[in-house]
Design a protein around this ligand. Structure first.
Ligand code: ADP
Ligand code: MG
Ligand code: MG
Length: 894
């Protein structure tokens, strides 16, 4: 995603030539010449066979719009001069009727942009020149094939004639000759086709097809400029966040012909395999074809590997030579660009020409392999390799994914949001309970819900994947699933769920509990049936890249984990501790939830303490497990945070059941639930506020932490707990709770007769703006700060995390926000609070340890920011740990 500012200096030069006579441009002039233009110049300079041409700058496009859609003065004159030079180099003449110079007109911005204008080929032909070209080449078929392509493309993109109008004429002629392929139409048929195409132009555009080549050129250039602002292009730039570009460049280039016969052709290729990274030339070509025939699917192209077998009637070795040239070019290009190239080429009567090159897009797996291979080949340095791999793309390497071959033959039922990557299949389960039961019974299920809530976490954890019909990328299901690295497709609106009937329908098909579905969390696709998947490998090149990253990074990387299993997995991914261990999830399992509810419903301290006593052993056991999994590494345990009503049953049936278990009247349960109801629970009685009102909750949790630490110490397991008090807004809150925690630690030590050192630190989350503003005061009571940037973002913007998706898309579409601030830290606003709190905190307490534990901890851009403001660590979900390690190294190297 490019976010480049235009760095091109204002320049008066409007046309940059590339050819034998001279080459004005360079590869690093992308802002001015566009990616395509800059690379055509660069390839020419390094001696590759590029047809000569010239590039009109992006500044001219900007000027065109400034001038109310008029060309800047002198542009056409400069173009004419450049054309004269082309004529000199080629010995042909633009507009000649006997030996015409033909041109291609191509768009090309600094960032590759599908959706802009299609290329015009064979420009310069007219009714007379086509005859001349036929005579000159002795190839009438080629001349008319070129002309029909010009009229078609020109009509299409310059005159806006509907494409199907041309298509229909071609079909008629093919039908009358009884042929199917374009290439099988007779010469007479092609001549007739040109005449019919001109009629189509006249009918739809109201003008004759322009016969004056200079007029053709001027109108084509203008069409390229105009395509910069067509809806498709504007929308693409908005979606990709491309800003700061002047406009598109226009490339005008001498034609080379892939359509002159069976010793000609055209193709596209990658210098290495873009899916796997394998160092093997990867491409396709079509014999006797032009332009985008290869990608348009007109005929089935052949793999470039087959090229040596290609024998043309007049030249037995044409394929072998072209292939050898391509292999040489691969080496030259990779040596020069030091990266994989995505190229376009044409072969004219056996001679190969390069028409485009750019750095090839690749999968995460390919990026890793290519970077490692190129270090081995001494093309790039270790540091360069680390900098080059897009950190976010590592996700693809860590999760199972559908076998591309298996996916190819499957058509998705519907496409939702790619909420949490990975691949999963299973039979639908329609409630969390059902998901748990059926999983325990040995089935593999996909939890299919309208949306999920905290009560569903057990079911979500047990399911192989999650599919929801509503909710966005930050919905509960999405956030929780991402945290676990569990595959999730959210907001699949075409999925209509009948929870009671245990079935769902999607686009007319119905699925019940026995029908297998597959979901792809990386694309949002939902499929019928089981699709084969492939498991990730964490060894080899991946491990090498991680080793390099660790060498250069300054930030530590911890993980957010609430269970020994997650902690272990995160350690395998390289986590250096737990930055956030949420305790609330621990209360949902099995009979704990009953004890929890009993505690919440208690009318007095004694009853509450009795219920807490039942919870204590569970908590202690959980902590022993987590501390053991993370031995020798710090574990930040956050005390209870959510509002209590989240733990209570809200439907009458469950309330009645609970009343029965507790031996109270259903009405009592109901009234206590409604008592606890809050208008704005996330701004309500939660976090440290709970411990102020119910200190016994804190006492129980701290007791469990200390007892677990002692258990571990006795087993020679070095536990390093850090107690974190959430949602602090004032120094006094923290002071009181810290005192209580310290007192509890001492009490437990005494009760357990433990005399050794425990080194349990007590710190706070900075997630309320007031705490950030008064960080110097808060720091006096804190051993560490951990920035809870989810809540800090919510409270700084005043956006409710849970409801923000009602309007956030509009904010992004209208460019009020560049991106979702819950996914990537808002460095200007929220970031300022972080930066200030770090500075103030450390002023009050030298060397205060600071970290971040929000969703942002695994977002590469946010990790960069954390490095810059000097945090000690970032903490993120286990699957994001490698991403954060790499991003931290990139931040340190940038
Ligand atoms: P895109 O940006 O969509 O890739 P291009 O400007 O690269 O469009 O043009 C698409 C195709 O048109 C090229 O891959 C090539 O096959 C053909 N083409 C462009 N310029 C020339 C030329 N000078 N001679 C022959 N073919 C050309
Ligand atoms: Mg195109
Ligand atoms: Mg191209």
């Amino acid at each position: 995603m490019a976010k480049k500012k235009s760095t091109a200096k204002k320049t008066d030069k409007m046309v940059y030539y590339f050819g034998k006579t001279k080459t004005d441009g360079k590869g690093d002039m992308k802002m001015l010449l566009g990616g395509k233009g800059a690379n055509l110049a660069e390839m020419t300079s390094i001696g590759l066979p590029v047809p000569a041409g010239f590039t009109i700058t992006t500044e001219c496009c900007a000027a065109y719009y400034k001038n109310k859609r008029k060309f800047p003065t002198g542009l056409l004159a400069d173009c004419e001069k450049a054309v004269k030079l082309l004529e000199k180099e080629t010995g042909k003449k633009f507009g000649s009727n006997s030996n015409p110079l033909l041109l291609s007109v191509r768009s090309g911005a600094a960032v590759s942009m599908p959706g802009m204008m299609n290329t015009i080929l064979n420009l310069g032909l007219n009714d007379e020149a086509v005859v001349g070209m036929a005579n000159m080449s002795g190839n009438e078929r080629f001349a008319y094939d070129s002309y029909r392509r010009l009229i078609n493309m020109y009509g299409d993109v310059v005159l806006e004639v509907p494409h199907h109008a041309f298509e229909a004429e071609f079909d008629k002629i093919k039908a009358s000759e009884g042929v199917h392929e374009d290439n099988d139409v007779s010469i007479q048929g092609l001549i007739k086709l040109c005449a019919e195409y001109k009629k189509v132009v006249k009918k739809h555009a109201g003008i004759d097809f322009p016969q004056d080549p200079m007029e053709q050129l001027a109108l084509a250039i203008e069409a390229v400029f105009a395509s910069w602002m067509i809806d498709k292009a504007v929308i693409y730039r908005r979606i990709e966040g491309i800003i700061g570009l002047a406009g598109t460049a226009v490339n005008v280039q001498t034609m080379v012909f892939g359509n002159m016969g069976d010793d000609c052709g055209t193709g596209v290729a990658f210098t290495r395999n873009p899916a796997t990274g394998q160092n093997k030339f990867y491409g396709e070509f079509l014999i006797n074809a032009q332009g985008e025939d290869v990608v348009a699917g007109i005929r089935t192209p052949q793999p470039v590997a087959e090229m040596p077998k290609w024998k043309a009637p007049n030249n037995k070795t044409v394929g072998k030579e072209a292939h050898a040239t391509l292999m040489k070019i691969k080496t030259t290009l990779e040596k020069h660009y030091k990266d994989v190239q995505d190229i376009e080429f044409t072969i004219e009567q056996g001679k190969l020409y390069m028409l485009q090159t750019r750095n090839g897009k690749r999968t995460g797996a390919a990026a890793v392999k290519i970077a490692c291979d190129m270090v081995k080949e001494k093309l790039i340095s270790e540091k360069e390799a680390v900098k080059r791999i897009p950190a976010g793309d590592l996700t693809q390497l860590l999760l199972p994914s559908f076998d591309p071959a298996a996916k190819k033959s499957a058509k998705p039922l519907t496409i939702g949001l790619p909420a949490s990557p990975g691949a999963a299949f299973g039979k639908p389960a329609f409630s969390a309970e059902e998901a748990v039961d059926r999983t325990h019974a040995g089935e593999q299920v996909i939890l299919v819900r309208k949306e999920t809530s905290p009560e569903d976490v057990d079911g979500m954890h047990n399911a192989a994947g999650i599919l929801t019909s509503t909710g966005g990328m930050t919905s509960h299901a999405a956030v929780v699933a991402r945290g676990w690295g569990k595959c999730c497709v959210a907001g699949a609106g075409e999925v209509h769920i009948n929870e009671k009937g245990k079935k769902f329908t999607v686009n007319g098909k119905t699925f019940g509990v026995n029908d297998v579905i597959s979901i792809d969390g990386s694309t949002g696709e939902v499929f019928s049936g089981e699709i084969a998947s492939v498991e990730p490998k964490l060894s080899g090149d991946f491990a090498t890249v991680m080793k390099w990253a660790d060498k250069y990074r300054k930030l530590d990387v911890r993980t957010n984990a609430d269970s020994p299993a997650d902690a272990k997995r995160a350690r395998q991914f390289g986590a250096q501790g737990i930055g956030l261990c949420r305790t609330e999830h621990m209360f949902f399992e099995g009979d704990r939830i009953t004890a929890m509810r009993e505690m919440i419903l208690a009318e007095n301290v004694a009853d509450r303490e009795a219920a807490l006593k039942k919870l204590l052993p569970y908590q202690r056991k959980d902590f022993v497990g987590i501390f053991t999994a993370m031995k020798n590494l710090p574990v930040t345990v956050r005390l209870l945070d959510p509002p209590l009503h989240e733990f209570l049953p809200h439907d009458a049936k469950s309330q009645n059941e609970l009343a029965k278990i507790l031996g109270v009247k259903p009405a009592t349960v109901k009234s206590r639930v409604s008592q606890l109801h809050e208008m704005n629970p996330m701004l309500g009685h939660r976090g440290c506020r709970l411990s102020i009102t119910y200190p016994e909750i804190l006492v129980m949790q701290v007791t469990a932490i200390v007892e677990a630490t002692i258990v571990c110490k006795k087993k020679k397991v070095n536990a390093q707990p850090e107690i974190m008090i959430p949602l602090v807004g004032t120094k006094q809150e923290l002071a009181q709770l810290r005192a209580l925690a310290e007192e509890t630690i001492e009490n437990v030590k005494k009760a357990k007769k433990y005399t050794g050192k425990l080194d349990i630190t007590i710190g706070t989350m900075i997630e309320i703006p007031r705490a950030a503003l008064t960080a110097d005061e808060v720091a006096e009571e804190a051993d560490f700060f951990s920035f809870g940037t989810n809540d800090l973002t919510q409270l700084t913007f005043g956006y409710s995390r849970d409801d923000v998706n009602g309007f956030l898309p509009d904010y992004i579409n209208n460019e009020i926000l560049e991106r979702d601030p819950f996914q990537s830290l808002d460095t200007t606003g929220v970031g300022q609070l972080v930066e200030m709190a770090v500075a103030k905190g450390r002023k009050a307490k030298k060397g205060l340890k600071c970290g971040i534990c929000g969703e942002h901890g695994g977002d590469p851009a946010s990790v960069f920011f954390c490095h810059e403001v000097g945090l000690n660590y970032v903490s993120c979900s286990p699957f994001r740990v490698p991403i954060a390690r790499l991003a931290a190294a990139q931040a340190a190297l940038s």
